[in-house]
Ligand binder design. Structure first.
Ligand code: NAD
Length: 480
C-alpha cells in the first residue's frame, strides 16, 4: 500500500514513530494509502528546520522568493490533471470540479501571492518639519498552518502561499482526511527549488500533529481553517501564549431571494450554491429564504431541478455530485436529516443515501436534500451540517428576511437576490456576514478580504489582509 511521507527540511521522510493512519477513497469506501501518524517529535523536527531556514528566507531578495513560489505555481499547472485526479480520489468530489476549481485555484493562490509580495508596500507619514514616521512590515518567523478537508489543496495553498511570500518559513498540516495533494505538492516543492527547511509539511491527526504545531513555543503565528469547536480549542491554547491567530471557521449561510429577483438566474445559482462539492463548501448557502410572492413557484422549480441532479462516480463527468468525504461525516449528515424530520421538517426531495453497484457499493453517497417546514430556532437551522442538505422557508418583508438571516451564531457568507439596487445595499449593509454576494455566488477576487463574523472566525485572509497578517508592523519615528 502506498505510504505518504512528511516533507521536513527539504526531504521526504517517514514519521519517527513509524506509525500510519488509513486513508480512504470515499467513492469506494476502501483504504487506498497510508498517512504518517506524526507526533510532537516530527513537528519539533519540522520547526527546528524552519527556524534554521528562516534567516536566509527572510533576507532573500523579494524577487527571488517570488520566483521560487512562481515556479511552484507553474509546476501545479503542469501537473493539473494528475493533481485533480488525486484530489477527486482522496476527497470524493467530482473530477471535473477538481479540474475546474480546486487545482486551478491552488495554482493561482501561489501565483497571486508570488506577485502580490512584489507590490506590497508599507506606509510613511510626514508628521511635521523634521519629523517622519514610517512603518516596516517584516515577516514573523515560523508560521503554523492547519487546513481542512473540503477544498484540500485550495485552502492549504490559500494560507501557505502568503505566509511564504511574506518571508516566513512554514510548518503546515493538511487534513488527515484528505492529505494526498499536499503530499504531491511536497514533491513539486523539491522540484521548484525551495531552500531546505523553508516549507515543511507534517501529516497526522489534529489532536496530535496539529496540536503540537499550535502548542510549539517557537511557532508565534497560527493560521487555521476548520470547524468552530476546533477553532475555540486552538484559541484556548494559543491566546495565553500571545500567538498571532487567524481563525476561519464554520458557517450556516443564508440565501435571501426576493420577489423581484431574476428568477432563472437565482434558481440556477441556488442549485450550485446549495450542492456544489456535495454541499461541503464553507460558503454554501444552507438556509434559503424565499419571499412569499414567488415561494411556491421557486420551491417547485427548485425541487424539480434538484431531484434530477445526478449523484455518483466522481470520475463520471455527467455526475453533478460525487461522494461524501468520510464515513463519519456521511453518518453525521444522515443523522441531521433524521433530526430535521423529528423537528417536524418535510423532506421535499432526497433525504436518503444512494447505493451504487460494483466497486462503488461501499462508497458514501447522499442524495441532495431539501427540507421545508422548520422554524429558524431548530437545530437543523442553527447547526452546521456541511453536506447536501438545505432548508427552505418563506418570508414576507425585508425586515423579516434580515431577522431570519441573522438568527444564527455564524456569520460567514450570504447571498441576496433582488433587482432593486437600494434594497440590495440596505440588506448587504445590515446582514451579519463577512462576505455578501448580490445576484451571484462564489465569485472570488483574491484581493478581497475573506473571513467571517461571530462564530465564523477571527481575522481575514486574502490580498493585503493576508500579507499584513503574516507580517509584523513596526513604526519608526525619526526627528531630524
Ligand atoms: P476540523 O476542525 O475537524 O479540522 C481542520 C483541521 O484542524 C484538520 O487539519 C485537523 O486535523 C486539524 N485539527 C483538529 N483538531 C485540532 C487540534 N486540536 N489542534 C490543531 N489542529 C487540529 O474541520 P474539518 O472537519 O476538517 O473541516 C470542516 C470545517 O471547516 C467546517 O466547519 C467548515 O465550515 C470549516 N471550513 C471553514 C472555512 C472558512 O474559510 N471559514 C473553509 C473551509 C472549511
Amino acid at each position: 500500500m502506498f505510504k505518504l511521507k512528511n516533507y521536513i527540511n527539504g526531504e521526504l521522510v517517514e514519521p519517527t514513530n513509524g506509525q500510519y493512519i488509513d486513508n480512504y477513497e470515499p467513492a469506494t469506501g476502501k483504504v487506498y494509502s497510508l498517512i504518517p501518524r506524526s507526533d510532537a517529535t516530527d513537528v519539533a523536527n519540522a520547526v527546528e528546520a524552519a527556524k534554521l531556514a528562516y534567516p536566509g528566507w527572510k533576507s532573500m531578495r523579494t524577487e527571488k522568493r517570488s520566483a521560487i513560489i512562481t515556479r511552484l505555481s507553474n509546476l501545479i499547472n503542469d501537473n493539473l490533471d494528475r493533481l485533480a485526479e488525486a484530489e477527486s480520489r482522496d476527497n470524493g468530489k467530482p473530477e471535473w470540479l477538481a479540474k475546474a476549481v480546486d487545482i486551478p485555484r491552488a495554482r493561482d493562490n501561489f501565483g497571486f501571492f508570488a506577485t502580490a509580495i512584489t507590490h506590497f508596500a508599507s506606509e510613511s507619514h510626514r508628521t511635521g518639519d523634521g519629523l517622519i514616521n514610517f512603518t516596516t512590515r517584516t515577516p514573523i518567523g515560523v508560521a503554523g498552518c492547519v487546513s481542512p478537508w473540503n477544498l484540500p489543496l485550495y485552502l492549504f495553498s490559500w494560507k501557505v502561499a502568503p505566509a511564504l511570500a511574506a518571508g516566513n518559513t512554514v510548518v503546515a498540516k493538511p487534513s488527515e482526511v484528505t492529505p494526498m495533494t499536499a503530499y504531491l505538492l511536497s514533491e513539486l516543492c523539491i522540484e521548484a527549488g525551495f531552500p531546505k527547511g523553508v516549507f515543511n509539511i507534517v501529516h497526522g491527526l489534529g489532536g496530535e500533529a496539529g496540536n503540537a504545531i499550535v502548542e510549539h513555543p517557537d511557532v508565534p503565528i497560527i493560521s487555521f481553517t476548520g470547524g468552530t469547536s476546533t477553532g475555540a480549542h486552538i484559541a484556548r491554547t494559543a491566546a495565553p501564549m500571545f500567538k498571532k491567530l487567524s481563525l476561519e471557521l464554520g458557517g450556516k449561510n443564508p440565501n435571501i431571494i426576493f420577489d423581484d429577483c431574476d428568477f432563472d438566474k437565482a434558481l440556477a445559482t441556488t442549485l450550485n450554491s446549495s450542492f456544489a462539492n456535495q454541499g461541503q463548501i464553507c460558503l454554501c448557502g444552507s438556509r434559503i429564504y424565499i419571499q412569499r410572492g414567488i415561494y411556491d413557484r421557486f420551491r417547485d422549480a427548485f425541487v424539480q431541478k434538484v431531484s434530477e441532479m445526478k449523484v455518483g462516480n466522481p470520475k463520471d463527468d455527467q455526475n453533478k455530485m460525487g461522494a461524501i468525504v468520510s464515513e463519519p461525516h456521511y453518518n453525521k449528515i444522515l443523522e441531521y436529516i433524521q433530526i430535521a424530520k423529528e423537528e417536524g421538517g418535510t423532506v421535499l426531495t432526497g433525504g436518503e443515501a444512494v447505493k451504487l453497484d460494483g466497486d462503488l457499493a461501499d462508497g458514501w453517497y447522499i442524495r441532495p436534500t431539501i427540507i421545508e417546514g422548520l422554524d429558524e430556532q431548530c437545530r437543523t437551522n442553527q447547526e452546521e451540517i456541511f453536506g447536501p442538505v438545505v432548508t427552505i422557508q418563506p418570508f414576507d418583508t425585508e425586515e423579516e428576511a434580515l431577522e431570519l438571516a441573522n438568527s444564527t451564531g455564524y456569520g460567514l457568507a450570504s447571498t441576496i437576490w433582488t433587482q432593486d439596487v437600494s434594497k440590495a445595499h440596505r440588506v448587504a449593509d445590515t446582514i451579519k456576514a463577512g462576505i455578501v454576494w448580490v445576484n451571484c455566488w462564489l465569485v472570488r477576487d483574491l484581493r478581497t478580504p475573506f473571513g467571517g463574523m461571530k462564530n465564523s472566525g477571527v481575522g481575514r485572509e486574502g490580498g493585503w489582509e493576508a500579507l499584513k497578517f503574516f507580517t509584523e508592523a513596526k513604526n519608526i519615528c525619526i526627528k531630524y
